[in-house]
Design a protein around this ligand. Structure first.
Ligand SMILES: Cc1cc2nc3c(=O)[nH]c(=O)nc-3n(C[C@H](O)[C@H](O)[C@H](O)COP(=O)(O)OP(=O)(O)OC[C@H]3O[C@@H](n4cnc5c(N)ncnc54)[C@H](O)[C@@H]3O)c2cc1C
Length: 430
């Protein structure tokens, strides 16, 4: 059998089910495409992927290519459309099976369907591999019965679901499997961006790729033991260590939630087990939850009325949008966060909650514009977490209390000494 592993948001060789299956083939090649759809402008005028995530992705691919090489698997990398490139590759190498992580959102599915339509004699094996709690293991007979309240979901899953072990690779391919690809990983300029240096103030000064993710875990868990204080520091705003910062690697799959889960368990056995160590797993369950919500509600997560079918009088005011994006509103705390995002592609969870609430609840602007801006800018953009959290913050999702943040009180509580606001607003008056 000739197999392809089609990498998308599972850019790792460890704990990758599709790779384990693909490696049973006689000939195995790997494929990745910088899909032009994800680099186009959206309907609001934002580039769907901005330079921060593009750079992170390039770094991730470089690391993946090296790691695949150790297994004697060549990585073919293209820019454009999979409907063209992957179909050609399938024909050229007489591919029997394409293995890939199952995705269910609109654009991801469209891309797969276009390839399937052009490669009708090839088998596509799609496997869920982005979850902590595997969809076959959760205590619900269908996605329809997933509760709309996170706590109900979490409690029931915690009682009944066992996190699966890490999927292991047991062999390498013969050396002659490592054929020349005549493709290369594009540079940032080839992807349409100018070269740039990262702002020194960034809270996320890290690179893409599994190796970097593992270094981060080593630092945060083992070297500094910050994990043992995670719950107490996770609402922080300044510096690298107030939270794990694992989301960008999780988002593109260069690390799996299971890898993190089992490392927490190891830490709990070797060092300490407390509320803080549990809380990192608690947050990973939030991540799962938003994936299940999008599995349940499918593409309604992109609609203005959200999964609640709630109609508000959403506005789309150009000046409010410009002020919000540029950090020029009447709220210094919002401004500091928006400047951080614009200059680094990163914002803390506390910041995200505040700027989202300000945009949709205070200014009553169409939440989808805010979500689209985040999609463009965030290094850790993940379709489910982003749209799930945006709906939640905007009153059309899973927040049973439909909260609106008091920005001044939030700034006082989480940035009482003004350190964070000074960091990002030092050049402007506030
Ligand atoms: C409006 C809004 C948009 C967001 N968009 C994204 C997004 O596109 N991608 C993304 O990964 N997260 C998103 N989040 C969730 C959260 O802000 C980030 O996951 C978190 O800040 C990442 O930092 P960390 O890795 O240090 O998190 P930690 O606090 O260390 O948490 C560990 C992990 O748990 C998960 N997690 C934590 N909080 C959440 C949450 N609220 N929802 C889902 N998963 C969570 C993440 O995978 C995170 O890496 C969004 C939140 C809001 C309010």
């Amino acid at each position: 059998m000739n197999n392809i592993i089609w990498f998308r948001n599972d850019l790792r060789i460890e704990d990758n089910i599709s790779l384990v299956h693909a490696m049973k083939g006689k000939k195995v090649i790997a494929y990745y495409c910088f899909e032009s759809l994800f680099f186009k402008e959206d309907i609001y005028g934002f580039k769907r992927t901005e330079k921060f995530r593009a750079k992170f992705l390039i770094e991730t691919l470089k690391n993946l290519k090296e790691q695949l090489k150790q297994l004697h698997i060549p990585l073919f990398v293209y820019q454009g459309e999979s409907a063209t490139h992957l179909t050609q590759l399938i024909n050229l190498h007489q591919i029997d099976n394409v293995y890939l992580q199952k995705e269910w959102t609109r654009d991801e599915q469209d891309i797969v369907n276009m390839v399937k339509n052009k490669a009708r004699s090839t088998t596509f094996i799609e496997t869920f591999d982005q979850f902590l709690f595997h969809p076959e293991d959760i205590p619900y007979s269908s996605y329809d019965s997933i509760p709309e309240i996170f706590t109900s979901f979490r409690k029931k899953c915690e009682l009944t679901v066992k996190v699966r072990p890490i999927a292991k690779i047991t062999h390498t391919l013969p050396l002659d499997n490592l054929i020349e690809t005549h493709t290369h990983i594009p540079t940032i300029t080839e992807l349409g961006f100018n070269e740039f240096t990262v702002d020194k103030r960034t809270a996320f000064p890290f690179k893409g790729g599994t190796s970097e993710a593992k270094e981060r875990i080593d630092h945060y868990f083992w070297k500094t033991r910050k994990l043992a204080y995670y719950k107490k520091t996770r609402n922080g705003l300044v510096g690298t260590d107030y939270s794990s910062k694992l989301s960008p690697w999780l988002a593109n799959g260069s690390i799996s939630p299971r890898m993190i889960f089992w490392e927490v368990k190891h830490f709990e056995k070797e060092i300490t087990k407390n509320q803080d160590t549990y809380w990192l797993i608690f947050e990973l369950i939030w991540r799962d939850y938003f994936k299940y919500i999008s599995l349940k509600h499918q593409n309604t997560i992109f609609l203005q009325q959200g999964i609640l079918q709630k109609k508000y009088d959403w506005k789309n005011t150009k000046s409010i949008k410009t002020d919000w994006i540029n950090g020029m509103t009447n709220e210094p705390f919002v401004n500091a966060n928006m400047k951080e995002l614009a200059m680094t592609g990163w914002m803390s969870n506390r910041g995200r909650q505040n700027v989202a609430s300000f945009w949709s609840k205070e200014k009553e602007q169409d939440w989808r514009i805010g979500a689209a801006y985040f999609e463009s800018m965030l290094i850790d953009y993940d379709v489910h977490s982003n749209y799930g959290n945006w709906m939640y913050a905007s009153g059309v999702g899973n927040d049973p209390r439909d909260r609106k943040f008091n920005i001044k009180i939030q700034a006082e509580r989480y940035d009482g000494n003004g350190k964070y606001q000074r960091l990002w607003l030092q050049d402007t008056l506030f």
